[in-house]
Design a binder for this molecule. Structure first.
Ligand code: ASP
Length: 354
């Protein structure tokens, strides 16, 4: 009888030991999103347009919130929020992406898991309906971090992702934006053809280059989240910048520049003049200031966006959430489409400086 009792106890003890310990779900969770920064002025906005942006941002927040509330992961919430904005032609990502100098749509995206520092990105893709999901597939289904162009597209197809004809990304508004940029190009060239020094330092030789796409807006989309397991994730997707040269890659798919997540510190997604975000290694610099300099999120993010970015000649903004759930949304432009939602389910959406 005693032997039987010992055997039974051993059996149950071993079972208890080998059961995976479920992490208790925390009450705190946060999702922050952006739809691009730039010269977004109330005086230039129609009530209809403002309503459409508010609805699109609220919709993305609700989609992500539903996932986080159920105990879903920060990665799933960030990807889903970005997908919804990629599908919305209002934003410069997925459908509605801006055109390159050659009249094409070349898309970039990246995603990062703060728990494992796993990351995935795609650049210069022209046929993947939701580049953010391709970035996630690179992260989870390949041994790589970054895939570009035709190779990334082949991989996305193999993974069963939605492939579309490049014409899917066309929108009249973005096409008109390119026409305006072309016009500005030729006007500038006529003006400056005797004195090319006027273009010195732009990095674009004799071409006029308008980082804000003449329309004055960056329209990249992004999401960062802290989930109920305490994990952080970041996701960014973009068409880049109007009139960008063929093959140009921005900051969004560069891990540490426009996208970064680390459970020890912060999750960040940026929008702005990508070349400057790359040169400043924007997102990772903020994470490093927090990790090694013991600087708080708000101070670190403001130092980079409000001081170092304009000092170098760039502009833009970012969204961030740290491991404690603190958020930051600094920008040095006129406005930034942005919003956040926390465990209480109250969505806050903002466009202008407030
Ligand atoms: N950061 C993006 C890029 O340079 C542009 C944007 O934010 O809209 O590609």
């Amino acid at each position: 009888m005693r032997k039987l009792f010992i055997l039974f106890s051993l059996f149950f003890l071993t079972k208890a030991w080998t059961q995976p310990v479920k992490d208790p779900l925390r009450s705190k969770f946060v999702l922050v999103i952006h739809g691009g920064a730039g010269t977004i002025l109330k005086s230039q906005m129609t009530p209809e347009k403002e309503k459409a942006y508010n609805e699109a941002l609220n919709n993305a927040l609700t989609i992500g919130y539903t996932i986080l509330k159920k105990g879903g992961t920060a990665l799933d919430a960030a990807e889903a929020a970005v997908r919804s904005m990629e599908d919305n032609p209002l934003f410069n990502a997925g459908k509605g992406a801006v055109f390159t100098n050659e009249g094409k749509n070349e898309l970039d995206a990246a995603i990062m898991n703060g728990q494992t520092l796993a990351a995935g990105s795609v650049a210069g893709v022209t046929t993947i309906r939701n580049p953010i999901s391709a970035a996630r597939a690179v992260m989870e289904k390949s041994p790589h971090v970054m895939m570009v162009g035709a190779g990334a597209e082949k991989f996305a197809r193999q993974q069963g992702l939605d492939i579309v004809d490049p014409s899917y990304f066309y929108t009249e508004e973005r096409w008109k934006g390119l026409q305006r940029a072309w016009k500005a190009d030729s006007a500038k060239m006529q003006m400056d053809h005797t004195d090319t020094s006027k273009n010195a330092g732009t990095g674009y030789g004799e071409f006029f280059y308008s980082p804000l796409g003449v329309g004055g807006k960056y329209g990249t989309v992004g999401a960062v989240a802290l989930d109920r397991h305490g994990n952080l994730a970041a996701a960014t997707s973009t068409g880049g910048m109007t009139n960008k040269k063929f093959g140009r890659v921005g900051d969004a798919p560069i891990i540490g520049a426009g996208t970064y997540a680390n459970n020890k510190t912060v999750a960040i997604s940026g929008t702005g003049w990508g070349e400057y975000f790359i040169r400043l290694v924007m997102a990772k610099s903020i994470s490093d200031m927090m990790e090694f300099g013991k600087i708080k999120l708000k101070a670190a993010a403001e130092e980079m966006i409000m001081k170092r970015l304009p000092a170098l000649g760039g502009d833009g903004g970012l969204i961030a959430v740290d491991k404690e759930g603190n958020i930051a949304m600094p920008f040095c432009t006129e406005g930034m489409y942005r919003g956040y939602i926390k465990e209480d389910g109250k969505a806050t959406v903002k466009i202008y400086k407030q």
